[in-house]
Ligand binder design. Structure first.
Ligand code: NCD
Ligand code: ZN
Ligand code: ZN
Length: 345
């Protein structure tokens, strides 16, 4: 097959940031996707209706309203029930994002004591408000490569048991254990998967020199976990869908003594994914993963537009950076050749 047409994809986990970075990167998402869920970990974070309204306006002023954007509320231990209901029923936010305290970029307002948010989770369950989770255990004694599994064992299993009606997305899963957990849980439990966790593993990041631009959280894992992610994503299973977790940082913040976590992958994500699905002879499941499964879970309308991808004999040439004025952001580039390019219908 040298050409495929699929329903326009959605990005169920993206970081737009604000100000100049937003202006540079949000148009890239708009070029490709129909809908997206935007993360709230700004400085300061999106913790209430008023901040969400302001942020939505900033995004729409920048890219218009063609791309449907769904904002998230940054869950803090201080969030009150009335603040949550106000934000949700005013349509200022679509879902709530749980960051364990200190787990990732800008998570220092996150949750320290999960018990404190139980009444909020109950309210979310009753009102069918989706919960999106950065699932890593921040206990300093837990090895960084085991943090996802430990979060599932220590916290998520209990949350799922206590609130079986709560719609939960375990974001950016990186391990076979996470795949198995989602498969064995009820239908309200789903997962997003990033292009870079499908296309790279920890060898890509660490062998032959350290690649700071591949450092993200949860950290890239060993090959067997990547294989488990590829297997489930390419299977078309309805519980798994694309969330790019595209998370730009300035070049000098990544290439630093203490480089920050996050991979910016928007530009070539569809080309890279199509290559991966093609390599597994699963192109027929690409549309489920990128354009249908997430839409169905979130009970939103399927995009009307289609996109076309074309395979050529020559690999595509990647631009290393997205640049404007003095801002430089590194594009995620897989370490294999990609023969698929994206055409707009
Ligand atoms: C994200 C960021 O930079 O905001 N970084 C990352 O490594 N994934 C935060 C997140 O999604 O955890
Ligand atoms: Zn995260
Ligand atoms: Zn993220």
């Amino acid at each position: 097959m040298n050409e495929i047409n699929i329903i326009q994809p959605d990005d169920w986990h993206v970081h737009f940031r604000d100000n100049e970075i937003l202006k540079l990167i949000a148009p890239e998402t708009k070029k490709i996707f129909g809908k997206c869920i935007v993360m709230p970990n700004l400085v300061p974070p999106v913790v209430n209706s008023q901040k969400a309204k302001r942020y939505k306006k900033e995004i729409i002023d920048c890219i218009g309203d063609n791309l449907k954007i769904y904002l998230t509320l940054y869950l803090t231990e201080n969030l009150t029930k009335s603040e949550l209901l106000e934000a949700f029923f005013n349509n200022d936010i679509f879902a709530v994002k749980l960051y364990p305290l200190g787990a990732t970029t800008n998570s220092n307002f996150g949750i320290k004591n999960i018990k404190k948010i139980m009444p909020i989770l109950e309210l979310m369950s009753l009102n069918k408000i989706p919960l999106l989770i950065h699932g890593e255990d921040v206990d300093p004694d837990i090895d960084i490569f085991d943090r996802e599994k430990s979060f599932i064992d220590k916290y998520l299993t209990k949350i799922v048991k206590d609130f079986p009606e709560l719609k939960i997305t375990l974001e950016h899963i990186t391990t076979k254990e996470a795949v198995d957990f989602v498969l064995s849980s009820n239908n309200n439990i789903v997962a997003s998967i990033t292009p870079h966790h499908l296309a790279s593993d920890r060898n890509s990041m660490l062998v032959g020199g350290i690649k700071p631009h591949l450092y993200c959280l949860p950290i890239l894992k060993r090959r067997k976990h990547r294989d488990a992610l590829v297997k489930i994503a390419t299977s078309g299973n309805k519980k798994f869908f694309l969330g790019t977790d595209s998370a730009p940082h300035l070049k000098h913040d990544k290439e630093s003594e203490c480089g920050c976590a996050g991979v910016f992958n928007t530009k070539y994500c569809m080309q890279t994914l199509t290559q991966l699905f093609d390599d597994k002879n699963c192109l027929n499941n690409l549309e489920s993963f990128t354009s249908l499964n997430g839409t169905k879970h979130y009970q939103l309308p399927v995009n009307k537009k289609k996109i076309k991808l074309i395979k050529s004999d020559k690999p595509i040439k990647f631009n290393k950076f997205l640049k404007k004025n003095n801002i430089q952001i590194k594009n995620y580039i897989p370490d294999f050749q990609v023969f698929w390019s994206l055409k707009k219908n």
